[in-house]
Structure formats: C-alpha cells, structure tokens
Design a protein around this ligand. Sequence first.
Ligand code: AMP
Ligand code: MG
Length: 307
Amino acid sequence: MKRGGEGIIREEYLKRLRVVPGKSVSLKNFGTGWAQSEELKNAGKAAVKERAAEILEANRQALAESQELLWANNTHAVLIILQGMDTSGKDGIIRHVITGMNPQGCRVSSFGVPTEEELDHDFLWRHVLKLPAKGEIGVFNRSYYEEVLVVRVHPELLEKQRLPPGTRDEEFWKRRYREINAFERYLTENGTKVLKFFLHISKEEQKERLMARLENEEKYWKFSLTDLAERRYWNDYREVYETMLEKTSTDHAPWYVIPADYKWAARTLVADLISTQIRSLGLSYPEVSPQQMDEIRTARRILENEE
Ligand code: AMP
Ligand code: MG
C-alpha cells in the first residue's frame, strides 16, 4: 500500500529536533535556518526547498488519511501544541499544514490574555474545555505553556490569578512544570497523543518579519505594539523557553524544536512529524462485522433493483 508522504524526512534528522527528556537545553544547539545538516547544506537551498514542497504536499495527503483513520477508530485524539515568539509562524503552520484535513474532525483554538471568567478558574481549565474529542485533531495556537512563558517573564500577571495564599513560594514554577507534565501524562494514558512544537526563529528574522508587517498594508492588521514591547524581553523569553523545554519534554510528550526562519522548512518538518506520529499509533480501519457485511449486501441489492 502506498503510504503518502509519511516519514519521508530521515529519522535521524527528526531525532535531532526532539528535546531529549531530562537533559539540559541550550537553544544555541538548535539552529533556526534551513541547512541543519551537512547533507542539506551540500544539496543547496533551491534543491532543498523544492524537495520540501514535495514532501509537504505528500504529507498533506498522508495527514488527511491519518485523520480519517483517527475518526474511524474513535479511540484516540491528537493534540497539537504550537508555541513560539510573535511572528514565528504559528498561524501559517495552521493555514498550510492543517489545510487538507477535514474541518469536521479538526479544531483550532487560540489562547490570548485570559478573561475574567478564565481567571476565576485554575490555569488549565480553559484548555481542558478545548481538548479534542476521540477521533479529532485539536490544535492549540499558544497553550497552557504561556503560563510558564509570558507569565514567568512578567510574574506580576500572577497577581490577577487569585492564587491561594502561600502558594507563591520558591517551589511555585517547579510545581507548574510538574502539573503540566502530570496533565499530559493523564491525557496520553487516556488516548490523547500530545505533539508539541516550538517554532524557533532568530531575533534577526523576527525583526524582518515585524518590518514586513509595517511595510505591507495587507499585514497592518497583524501588527501590535505589544509585539515590539515583548521583543525587548527577547533574552528573558529565551531563558524561559529553555527551562520549559528542559522541564516539560517527556517520553510521553516530547518537545520538538523546529527551525523556523524559513517558513517552508518549518511547515514541512511539522507536517512530517505529525503524520509520522499519528502513524505510530498503529491505527487501521475497524473490521466490518458479519452483520454489517449482510447489511452492505442488502443495500447493494436494493439499489441494484431500483427502477
Ligand atoms: P496572539 O497570539 O498574537 O493573538 O497574542 C496573544 C497574546 O496573549 C500574547 O501576547 C500572549 O503572550 C498572551 N497570552 C497568552 N496566554 C496568556 C496567559 N496565560 N497569560 C497572559 N497572557 C497570555
Ligand atoms: Mg501576535
């Protein structure tokens, strides 16, 4: 059987994008460009880009197939988490990688600054409400990871969270990582595959993309002064991202650091990882029971005998 584009990118290459659980993380060791191996460098940018487009296309088909299997089995869900600095391409991944999937079995949720109602609950609550059902693929455009990213860079945000007195001690962040890991373990053990992607861009590339938003009228709507404000905290974000990757990459839900300075490279890698991971669930079409088979024969007879 022809297997779409699943796992076209070499396993050893994908393995390098995976954050090894329990190991300390330095983002210096993860590139942001397209030439992440000698082999790719030798092939040259034009050739790699062309191949990437082919792989993306094949994976789009593979993804549509995997989604159908997921739906037919109705035993598993897939949760895709996208994190990254402003302009890192989260929306583009959704538009380009998730297209081709059946919108009925796929839902995208974006998480911004929490509302008053959301602040009335624990930090995971609003995300639980958006979890994919069995058979579905859910995409989180930002997620509860913001709780150890933006909130860690701006701890004054915690004041709005109405935490129980005495909980903001020196163990506070450690507990948040532990709670996130426990939550994802629970999801995994109950049939939800959790796939986490950090879109890794360089500071220079972010500048280019922000400038592009200022120069292109069609991108004005995307511009927000807060993006510039957050850029001033680039180094702080880098640090909290490193800690997050280190503390929450687990065997059941590892992080993948996606080189994202080139949108085509990032999209291809994410599509390949998603289709490979869904395939690893080992799903196949449910067996047809003898009774269903009888019904199919009857239906065929009825249709054939129609006037
Ligand atoms: P965007 O993704 O561009 O629509 O921006 C969403 C904004 O919401 C970003 O600036 C995030 O940092 C912010 N945000 C997301 N989750 C949280 C959170 N839990 N607490 C505070 N701010 C958040
Ligand atoms: Mg934004």
